[in-house]
Design a protein around this ligand. Structure first.
Ligand SMILES: Cc1ncc(COP(=O)(O)O)c(C=O)c1O
Length: 391
């Protein structure tokens, strides 16, 4: 049997392929540089330092952050969210999150609720995955300490109106820190933490930023670091005569050796994005979403979830096909067509509850990346049409 071509449509899990320059940067670091950044004065150590600084500057520029030192490198998106959430909340605090949020937000909050008596209000979403604004406003208390909101759903692709939510929080919960989870949007569309006006923003480096796995970032608005306790402590190569963790950023939150070859790849991925421009990548993504929605609509027995308007979503499209279990369908897409997608609950149980698929075993999710083509999305629509006829 001829080998099937591989059609990767699981970019919401991690992006693949990466730009060639990312593979080259990781290889170059591992093979030729190899040393520890931020520790020594020899020339290669300075080059290693510069590699990490370059990654930091590029991500800061892409995200329009005030100061690159306020971008903290973490090991994935979950790690960044844990730092923000567990660093901000104290026993008895009140926090607000939404049904659109991922377990990387929901589980740290549930843990703090169980272990430290943190009170958590979870705001529902409508059937298209939009946070219910009236319920959001009602959830806020004058003493709320943290509001954690997903920007783009990893189930339905739904984009939330972050500036509008920030405005409501500033009015009703003036002491609250606003954390946005941009795991599915950073790198996919032009974003500005300053225009959003948020305090904290987290993202993986291995999804839209096109870096390797083992990378993530947390933006901390200048001044907000005074309210975020570090979770990991240790050597930084700075103020080494002191046994107290340095207060300066990023050292306060970055003890131990970095994933330096990963960050070399992240710098290359971000450079690639800067060159292509997020606006042009968004336009390509919108073309793919429109074609995908068009191709899937009208397939007998297929139910689509999330907003109808491509402008209200990222390239994450969930659906169910009548008489198929999502895992079975994803397995068939792979076996018969070489199409790689993710099925199930996608670590977002409350969003599945909102769209009515939690009890049904979830959905099948197609998620596009910058290297996907119109041909890919037409191919997946044709494959599903065929399966709908002959299960
Ligand atoms: C919305 C959302 N938040 C957070 C994460 C966690 O990212 P990571 O897998 O890098 O920890 C994901 C990963 O799928 C996600 O989709």
């Amino acid at each position: 049997m001829a080998e099937l071509k591989r059609v990767y449509l699981d970019n919401a899990a991690t992006s693949w392929p990466k730009p060639e320059s990312v593979y080259r940067a990781v290889d170059e670091y591992q093979r030729h540089l190899g040393c520890s950044p931020g520790r020594s004065v020899y020339r290669d150590a300075s080059r290693a330092d510069q590699t990490v600084a370059d990654a930091r500057h590029r991500v800061a520029r892409l995200w329009d952050a005030e100061d690159p030192q306020h971008l903290i490198f973490t090991f994935n998106g979950s790690d960044a969210l844990n730092l923000a959430i567990r660093g901000a909340l104290r026993p008895g605090d009140h926090a607000v999150t939404t049904a659109a949020d991922h377990n990387s937000v929901l589980r740290p909050l549930r843990f703090l609720e169980d272990a430290q008596g943190v009170r958590v209000t979870r705001v529902p979403c409508d059937a298209a995955g939009h946070v219910r604004i009236d319920a959001f406003a009602q959830a806020l208390l004058p003493k709320t300490r943290l509001v954690a909101v997903n920007h783009a759903s990893n189930v339905t692709g739904t984009l939330q109106d972050v500036p509008r939510l920030v405005e409501i929080v500033r009015r009703q919960a003036p002491d609250a820190l606003f954390l946005v989870d941009a795991a599915q949007s950073l790198g996919h569309l032009p974003l500005s933490v300053r225009e959003w006006g948020v305090d904290l923003a987290a993202a993986p480096g291995h999804k839209g930023l096109l870096g390797p796995m083992g990378t993530g970032v947390l933006y901390i608005r200048p001044g907000v670091e005074e309210r975020i306790a570090p979770l990991r402590l240790g050597g930084t190569g700075s103020q080494s005569d002191e046994d107290r963790q340095p207060a300066i950023l990023p050292d306060k939150y970055e003890p131990g050796n970095h994933n330096a070859s990963g960050l070399a790849g992240l710098a290359a991925g971000t450079a690639w994005l800067e060159e292509r421009t997020p606006a042009a990548l968004r336009s390509h993504e919108l073309t793919l979403i429109a074609a995908l929605l068009e191709g899937l609509r009208g397939i007998p027995g297929l139910t689509l979830y999330g907003p109808d308007d491509p402008l209200e979503r990222v390239g994450v499209v969930s659906f169910r096909l009548e008489s198929f279990d999502p895992h079975e369908l994803a397995g068939l897409l792979d076996l018969r067509f070489g199409i790689q997608v993710r099925s199930g609950i996608h670590c977002a149980p409350r969003m599945h509850a909102a769209i009515g698929t939690l009890e049904l075993g979830g959905t099948v999710r197609i998620s596009t990346g910058p290297f996907n083509t119109l041909e890919d999305v037409e191919y997946v629509a044709a494959a599903l049409r065929e399966l709908s006829r002959a299960p």
